[in-house]
Every structure is written in structure tokens, then in C-alpha cells.
Design a protein around this ligand. Sequence first.
Ligand code: GLN
Length: 456
Amino acid sequence: LLGRGEVSSVELTQATLDRIVACDNEIKAYLTVAPEAALEQATEADRVRANGDRGNLPSLLGIPLAIKDVICVEGLPTTCGSRILENYVPPFSATAVEKLREAGAVILGKTNTDEFAMGSSTENSAFFATHNPWDLTRVPGGSSGGSAAAVAGGLAYGALGSDTGGSVRQPASLCGVVGIKPSYGRVSRWGLVAFASSLDQIGCFGRTVADAALFLGAISGYDPRDSTSVNAPVPDYGASLTGDIQGKRIGVPREYFLEGMQPEVEAAVREAVNRMADLGAEIVEVSLPHTSYALPVYYLVAPAEASANLARYDGMRYGLSLEGADLWDTYRKTRGQGFGPEVKRRIMLGTYALSAGYYDAYYRKASQIRTLIRKDFDRALEKCDVLVAPTTPTTAFKLGEMVSDPMQMYLQDVFTLALSLAGLPGLSLPCGFDESGLPIGLQIMGGAFDEATVLR
Ligand code: GLN
């Protein structure tokens, strides 16, 4: 419609802002909405389109998008869902955000997240919980729950999230949208507030795979400001969406069908596999034998890295600062009041795991098993092009249902953690509904830097 001049970016942006006003009181996807800045960007996009060469316009010109609040956008608050950064306004934008702006996107605002992206329901936000647009009494998943809910509710055309152990794929699954986590190193982490640096990766949400492919293409690529970003060419992801999977080998890992998972989830995923076979794909049963170690390994590696990364919030340089009687008292007050219970739990777990005498037993051992997990994927992917499995063991659960049971909450990620530990790309695709009408997600996992096959 934009291309044909049937709608302007200003109209599109205004319609989305109106929808936010109408619905976000109930969904609560946004922490910050920036209507003036968004309309200014939309006006500029309309100007570029009017004066530009039609065949050569930026890929996202005039499209309104939302950004998870762990990703810096210059001039907008970046709270990470935490009291400790409540008043922090970064003086710079993340590389991924700069790239979206270069592609002509309009930034609507910042979306809710579990505090520092630690959680699976967005209930760990220090500000408020986000509600699932399919059923407002249920969670949208997390930690990028605000982004997933915004896209599902029509409060944005797409959104950025971050995925450390499942935080793009799991909320995409629970909200019935597409979410892709690229390979570690595909998208620059510069300007993404660090949680667990060896796992964190920016990903994106879209209403369709084609949208997600477009957004991913816009933010991918080498960035000298992130030493872990990889200098590899970025294919045209849109061009890989031929719809042809004839002869593709689809691996079904036996460890991803657990007793106790919701039967409708298993049935919908098996049905999707049958559909792929009908479309000419070859189905191969494979095994990822170290899968059951992913959860304990993740909950050593991620908290250990978090405890180091979060040491920077000391009340000295930026963020909350509560002055105490002496230096230690200042630390105690600032961190004691600035961090919520889940963040404190992770810092304690991580500090313990890294303490003298325990490093070899915990972090080193976990890192070794992490290598075995990566080798499982390498071996399985010799026999197939992608792996498919459920994204989550259940559909969206009720708000409040798991808040008092962290272990139960951690189990939400049993199917997403291993891929993050392996640094590989994964996508969640809607594949049906359960009896209550809640969306079910199909996870498609691929080889390193082979996002194109996953998207296809
Ligand atoms: N739910 C997982 C956790 O709490 C993963 C979060 C994420 O990917 N950011 O750590």
C-alpha cells in the first residue's frame, strides 16, 4: 500500500499509535511510546518516498516498529524493565537500531521485558506485567513479551527482541507470531544491554516469515564495535523464501518430545512434520543426546556471566544511586533497592558458581558440556538441513501461575536453551491452536549462519 501510494507512512504510524492508545491499557506491551518522534520519522519517510527513485527505496521505509527495552535507542529511556535503570536515557543507539533507521523504519517506542531479560513471562518487569493479546488473563511469554504482544496485538508491524535462552522464540510461540533468533555473531550486540554475553543475540518478530526475513536482513552484518560479530556476507533472506522444500531433509530430534508436554502441542507439531513430508521434504529421526543437560548448563553459564555483567550497576556512573553512610552502604542500598528478586537470585547463583574453588566444578564443567551440546547439533545437522521441534512444552499459561516457582518457570525453556548454547539460528512459527484457541509454535533450528534455510 505504501508503494502504491494508497497509504502514507504518517497515516500508517498514526493508525498504529491510535491502536496503542485503544488497546495498550489492557495489553501493556509498551514501557515508552514516542508519538512525536515516530510521526517525525514517518513524515521524513514520506518525503524520501516522494522524492526517491521508486525502484531503489530503503527496505523498511515508513514501517512502524517497536524495540525491546534492553536495546538502546538514543533519546528514549532504556530501563531493561529495572528500577536500577528507570531514568537512564542512552546517548547513542544500538547498531541494530541504527540499521533499522538507515532502512527507513519508524520507531514507535520501547517494549516491556522481564528485568534484564531474565524470565519467561514478562512478569519479572519491575513496572508491570504484559498480557497476551489472545487471552488477557495469560502471559505473553518472555523475556521479549512486550515485543511479541505488540506484534500480535497489531500495536507494531514488527519488533526487535533479544534471545539469550529462548526470549524471542518462546514469546513468539505463545503470542502466535514469527520470531527468529539468528546465529550468535550475525547481529551486532553493540547497544544491547548485556545479560549473558556468550549467549545474547538480538532477534526479530514479524507477523509473517517474509516480514521477519526483511527485518533480519536489515539488522544483520559485521560491526567492528562488537568483537563477536562475524564478518560473513548477509544473503538476501527474502530471496530464499521460494516455498520449495522438495528434497530438504527435516530432522526430528527424539529428545524434544517429552512426557508431560501438552498433548495438543505434540499433535500440532507432528501434523506440521507430516505437512512438510507432503510438500516433498524427507523426514529423518535424529538424536541430540545431551539435551537434558541444557537446562543445568544454561543456569550456570547465564547467571555466571550475568553476575559479572551486572556488577557495573554500582550507583556511581549511571542509573539509580542511593547514597549510604559509606561506599559499601551505597552499593548495598543501590543494588538492594534497584534490582528485583529474580535478578538478585541470578547474581547470587552466578557469584557462587564463579567463586574461588568452585569455578572448575561449575563454570568450566558447564562450558565443557556446552561443547558436547554443540557437537550434538553438528552431528545431527550432517544428516539433515534443519531440525524441527516444539518451541515450548505448553501454550500460554495464566498470569501469576508460576511466579512463586522459579524452577517451573525455568522449564518453559527446555526446548530453546540448547540451541542458544550452541549459538545456532532458530525460528518459531505458528502451527495451530490448542482447544482454548491459544497459539502453538513450531521451532525450526538450523546450522550456523544458515538462517536462509530456516526461513525457507
Ligand atoms: N527464560 C530464560 C531466562 O530466564 C531465557 C531468557 C532470555 O532468553 N533472555 O534466562
